[in-house]
Design a protein. Structure first.
Length: 279
């Protein structure tokens, strides 16, 4: 599923309703889905991406700050998607919203399935869905969070620290890349072997660690029983969640000398961040 069209009205530097921004989408050719914005400073390139972010994530700014100063009417931003919309909804939407989203898939003027959402400052807490049947946006309840699961956005702004994006946090580029890999890995034989070994080391009474802990457990149990009554005290180690393993991961670059990414120059760090974004 890809963004095909962006419509912006009164958002920051854009006064009134500007002409829709139409994006290239992948068609199988090399670079066919690449879109490049070229322009002078302060002509709205970054603002277009901020508008996309507004649709998905609202805004952390005061809403008056995102309204155009010369035309301070309500802000409105619309995103139209094309591509494998039904498959994306089936794969990523929560079950009770699948039918809701599918009701608003329509055939656009190019003859392909499309799906349009919008957000405005009249009620910025709500994402609205385009109803082609009556040519209006509909406010379906409880879809703001589910919509976010249908598409991801990762922005590398001019002042973005590439190190932050290369970290393996839950909301970073690397974190998103590994999320799907991690969820699939838990179903593999390798992961089952790891769980078996983990429990053998940490929870099997015959392990060296458990034998060392037994003395502590017995002492704690003795004190507890004297003070509060008979009880059995034991330590149990739960398996680490798969994403815990990635939190301490780092990226190393070998350009003749292997060092962590953080020790390379800003240009190389940013190039890697852009490569991660493309992947």
């Amino acid at each position: 599923m890809f963004i095909k069209e962006l419509k912006i009205t009164n958002f920051e530097s854009f006064s009134g309703a500007i002409a829709p921004i139409v994006f290239n989408v992948p068609n199988g050719g090399v670079g066919s889905g690449l879109n490049i914005f070229v322009g002078e400073k302060n002509t709205g390139k970054s603002t277009a991406f901020e508008a996309i972010d507004f649709v998905r994530n609202r805004t952390k700014k005061d809403e008056n700050a995102i309204k155009n100063k010369d035309n301070p009417a309500h802000v409105s931003v619309e995103l139209t998607f094309v591509g494998n919309i039904e498959q994306i909804i089936d794969g990523f939407s929560q079950p009770n919203k699948v039918g809701v989203f599918k009701r608003y898939i329509y055939v656009n003027t190019d003859g392909v399935p499309a799906f349009t959402i919008s957000r405005d400052t009249e009620d910025s807490k709500q994402v609205k869905l385009w109803n082609e049947a009556d040519s209006s946006f509909v406010n379906e309840s409880g879809i703001d969070a589910p919509v976010k699961k249908l598409f991801e956005t990762n922005f590398i702004w001019a002042d973005t620290n590439p190190n932050d994006e290369a970290a393996f946090g839950a909301t970073t580029i690397c974190g998103n890349l590994l999320k799907e890999i991690a969820s699939g890995f838990t179903e593999t034989v390798d992961y089952e072997d790891y769980k078996t070994k983990f429990n053998q080391v940490f929870n099997d009474p015959a392990s060296g660690l458990r034998r060392d802990l037994l003395l502590i457990e017995q002492k704690v149990q003795q004190v507890f029983t004297e003070q509060f009554g008979a009880a059995t005290i034991s330590f149990h180690f739960d398996e680490l969640k798969i994403d815990s393993f990635f939190k301490n991961a780092t990226i190393k670059i070998d350009d003749g000398i292997e060092t962590p990414m953080t020790e390379k120059g800003n240009g190389m760090q940013r190039a890697l961040a852009l490569a991660l974004l493309q992947v």
